[in-house]
Design a protein around this ligand. Sequence first.
Ligand SMILES: *Cc1c(COP(=O)(O)O)cnc(C)c1O
Length: 488
Amino acid sequence: MATRSQIPLIFEHSSRGRRGYRYPALDVPETALDELIPAEHQRQQPPQLPEVSEVEVVRHFTGLSRLNHGVDVGFYPLGSCTMKYNPKVNEDCARMSGYMHLHPYQPAETVQGALALMHRLQSYLSDLAGLHETTLQPAAGAHGELTGLMIMRAFHKANGEDGMRKEMIIPDSAHGTNPASAKMVNYQVREVPSDDRGGVDVDALRAMVGPQTAGLMLTNPNTLGLFDENICEIQKIIHEAGGLLYYDGANANAIMGYVRAGDMGFDIVHFNLHKTFSTPHGGGGPGSGPIAVSQRLAPFLPEPIVAEQHGEFFFKRPSQSIGRVKSFYGNFGVLVRAYAYIRSLGEQGLKDVSETAVLHANYLMRNLQPYYELPYDRHCMHEFVLSGSRQKAHGVRTMDVAKRLLDYGVHAPTVYFPLNVEESIMVEPTETETLTTLDTFIGAMKEIAREAEESPDVVCNAPYETPVRRLDEAQAARKPILRWTPEH
Ligand SMILES: *Cc1c(COP(=O)(O)O)cnc(C)c1O
C-alpha cells in the first residue's frame, strides 16, 4: 500500500539581503515620515522579518500545507466530526463578490439579496428540524448549545420556575460540550447512564426527573452512532416533569430528511453547518451553529432574526429575546455555503446524503467486526464505535492503532471517546467516500489487527511515514509554540 512520502522539515530560510520583491522608484513627491506618522508611533528598530526570495516563500508555505492531513488529501474518518468532502462549487458561491464584499453596517435596503438568503436558510433549517423558527447567529455547535440553554432558562423564568429547575440531565455517552454548556448557564449536570443497548436507561431517567428538572440534552443518534428507540418515551418523561428537550444535532448527516427533531418531541435543536452543510472545518475556522426552536420558545430567540413582509426583508427582535449572542448576523460566508448546499441537493439529495452516510458506516462496521470488538452489535447510523480491547490483550493500545493508521495515509478515527466504551475507536466514514476508499480502509485496519497479534512492536512504535513521529501531546497542549520568532 502506498505510504505518505517524508517531507523535510526545514523552517528557517532567511538569508541576509535576500529579497522577493523590489518596489519601483517613487513617482510622487516624497513626504517626510514625521508628517505621515507621529514620532511616538514610529518604530525605533527595523522589524525582524525573514529575508527570503519569492520562490522560497512559495515553497515554504506549500511545504507546510503538505504536512497537514486534510480531506482533500485523504480519508478522514474522525467520528462525531463529519469530516466529509465539501463540493467546491459551494466555496465559489461564498466567494461571489456580491456576498464577499458586503459590510455588516450596510443599511438593510442595500443588502436585500443577503437577507433573502438568510431568511430562506432560516426556513429550510426550521423545516429540517420540524420546528418553528431558527436563528443563524451562533458561531459553533457549542455556542448553539449555550444559546439554546439560555433560551431554556428564559422560558422557565417566564413561567416563574427558574428558581426550582436547576438540573440538566445528560447521558454518559454525550459529547463533552453538552455538560460544559450546561455548566456555563449554571445548571447542575446529572448524568443518566446508558442501558445495555447503548441508549438512555429509561428507568434510571424516570427515577431522576422531578420539579428540579430543567431539561435533557440528547444526541440522537448518540455518540455511539445508535438511534435511541425509546425517544418517544424519553420525551414524555421529560415533558411530564415540566422540562424541555434539547437536541444536539451536530451530526445531522444520519437523519437529515428522514427524522425531524421536532417530531421526536424536542423543543430546541442546533445544527453544525460546518459539519453537515458544506463548510470545511477542523482548523478552527469560522463555523456556524444555528438553532431551531418550537413555537412556544420562538419569542425568546436572540435578536436579530430576519423577517419578511410584502417581499421586503428586515431584522426583527423577538418579543422576549434573550438579546444578542454574537456581533452582527452570524458567520455569513458559512450561511452562503449551507444555502448553496441545500439548494443544489434538494430534498431528495439531502435524503440521499443521510442514506449513504448510514450505509457506509454499516458497511465498515460489519467488515471490521471480525477483527475488532463491537460493543453494541446493532445497526448503526452515520458512525459506530469499536473497542480496541482485543488488541489491548497483545499490549497494543487504541492510541497505537490510531498512530499506525497514519502510515496508511488515513487520518485516525476519534479515540478514547465516547468514554463509556473501553479503548474506544469511533469511525465516521461520511457519505462522500467511494467504495474503493472504504475497502482500502478496511484493508488497513485488518492489516493492523494482524500486526497487533503477530508483531505488536510495529504498531506500538508507529508512525514511521509521517513528517514527525510521536509527539509529546501534553507538552503540545500545555506549551504550544504559536508564534514564530527569528533565530538571529
Ligand atoms: C461537534 C459536536 C459538537 C460541538 O460542535 P462545535 O462546533 O465543535 O462547538 C457538539 N455535539 C456533538 C455531538 C458534536 O459532534
